[in-house]
Design a protein around this ligand. Structure first.
Ligand code: ATP
Ligand code: MG
Length: 456
């Protein structure tokens, strides 16, 4: 079921329930009020002084039989005028419960055991529903001061008619209200769902065409507007990530070709000159081995850069100084010069340990690689800042902006081994931590690499 239909149904059903509830409440309150009115009328009638005055509790009225008629004319006209008005039927009960006075033209009211008990012993007036000749009546039986009781009944026909008319009208209102609600709900659902459909359409178009340049233009200040703008932001991010990936693949295939070509040249040489002497063969094989090792490193670094595996490493609170010191110790084993390590005011940082280890290793590798043979390399940790200083050739002002680009190597550096990915990896790691990294010229010659992490 579509969102639009579901929304319309929910609104319509809710409204219909409210309307039906209101109609039912109106019916109940009207019927209660009408019944209360009837009861008040009956109780008032039963306590009318004229009623109380015109009664003899111990027998039939003057010359009258229980049927209340004599010589074909109403017997009690003068005695109980208040009772015989056309809006009510009335009769008296003697103390033994027999009907003593009633009006001949009116039907007799039913008398049950409770009514007889009231006539005999008094007590509170009793109201009840009765049916007389198939017509519903409301009747009161009230005790009289001198014994006996008076019964007054009023037809409920009129009340029921009023209620019936009211019910029909309320039903019409409910039906019309529900139909209107359904229409309104449909309109509301349509206008609510339209931007969602626009969004869905745009997403489907992007999925079908793989065209990430598509944008959704929904100008709204509500949740849907925000959804659209996040969708656009997501498309931009996706687009730039895809562009980066494509660039990486292109750069990588270009860079991989160099060691591959060298490797192929060496192997071809071995094939073409089967008679070369052992020393030469060993040299060619050693070169091929080095190229293979470089190729392996390159592939490893590429995989590191291309996959965001580092981001998955959890952040943890670590002391920066011991972390850097471990890197220094490892580098000392590979480097024939001296590497010093100093730390001031060591602090803890939030870091991905192996990523930071990798970044510092790359900086230190560069310092060792570009130092003159046996040159001094200094590593210093000051709070959250790491500095690696060397006395190498330094980096030209004009090249400093590019050293963090993938595969970038200064012209002077192209004779040294490497692929130009080391600093790109450092930059990626530092960005991931929200820190900064920069290479600067060192006073007296050389380079200072500064990596700063945000404090924990
Ligand atoms: P890789 O690190 O991938 O093995 P690489 O060291 O050449 O190769 P990067 O570490 O990215 O690549 O450095 C990029 C370039 O920046 C280097 O080729 C070099 O020209 C320059 N560079 C980096 N560090 C130094 C340094 N300490 N002194 C002089 N030049 C440097
Ligand atoms: Mg490097």
């Amino acid at each position: 079921m579509s969102l639009r239909i579901r929304l319309a149904l929910v609104v319509a059903v809710t409204f219909a329930i409210v309307v039906v509830g209101c109609v039912y409440a109106a019916h109940v309150s009207a019927s209660r009020e009408l019944r209360a009115q009837t009861d008040r009328f009956l109780l008032q009638r039963a306590s009318d002084p004229r009623v109380l005055g015109g009664h003899d509790a111990h027998g039939p009225g003057p010359g009258g039989g229980p049927d209340g008629s004599q010589d074909g004319r109403p017997l009690f006209e003068g005695t109980i005028p208040a009772l015989v008005e056309p809006d009510a039927i009335a009769q008296y009960l003697s103390a033994d419960g027999t009907v003593t006075q009633s009006v001949s033209s009116q039907p007799q009211l039913p008398v049950n055991a409770h009514d007889k008990a009231i006539a005999a012993n008094g007590g509170a007036a009793n109201l009840r529903d009765v049916s007389i000749n198939g017509t519903p009546y409301r009747m009161v039986t009230a005790p009289l001061p001198n014994g006996g009781a008076v019964q007054v009944a009023r037809s409920l026909q009129e009340t029921n008619n009023v209620l019936g008319t009211l019910d029909v009208r309320l039903l019409i209102i409910a039906v019309i209200g529900t139909i209107l609600a359904a229409g309104l709900a449909w309109l509301i659902a349509r206008s609510t769902v339209r931007p969602v459909e626009q969004l869905t359409g745009a997403a489907e178009r992007v999925a079908a065409t793989q065209d990430l340049r598509h944008r959704i233009d929904i100008e709204r200040n509500d949740e849907l507007g925000r959804l659209a703008s996040s969708f656009n932001t997501m498309l931009v991010a996706l687009g730039s990530s895809r562009e980066q990936q494509q660039r990486l693949v292109m750069d990588a295939s270009h860079e991989l070709r160099t060691p591959l070509t060298a490797l192929r040249t060496n192997i071809e040489m071995l094939q073409r000159a089967p008679g070369i002497d052992d020393a030469e063969r060993a040299a060619v094989l050693a070169a091929a081995n080095t190229e293979l090792a470089e190729l392996g490193d390159l592939v490893g670094e590429l995989v590191d850069l291309a996959t965001d595996a580092r981001a998955e490493e959890p952040l943890q609170l670590v002391e920066l100084a011991p972390l850097v010191e471990r890197v220094v110790e490892r580098a000392r084993r590979r480097y024939d010069g001296t590497i010093t390590f100093t730390s001031y005011q060591p602090v803890e940082v939030n870091a991905r340990v192996s990523a930071i280890d990798r970044a510092v290793t790359n900086l230190l590798d560069n310092a060792c690689k570009f130092s003159p043979a046996g040159g001094l390399v200094e590593v210093e940790v000051d709070r959250t800042r790491i500095e690696v200083r060397d006395r190498g050739p330094g980096i030209d002002e004009s090249e400093r902006a590019h050293v963090f680009d993938r595969f970038y190597r200064a012209p002077e550096a192209r004779t040294t081994p490497g692929s130009g990915l080391g600093l790109a990896i450092v930059k990626q790691i530092v960005d991931l931590h929200g820190g900064t990294v920069a290479l600067a010229a060192r006073d007296g010659g050389g380079t200072v690499a500064r990596l700063e992490l945000p404090p924990a």
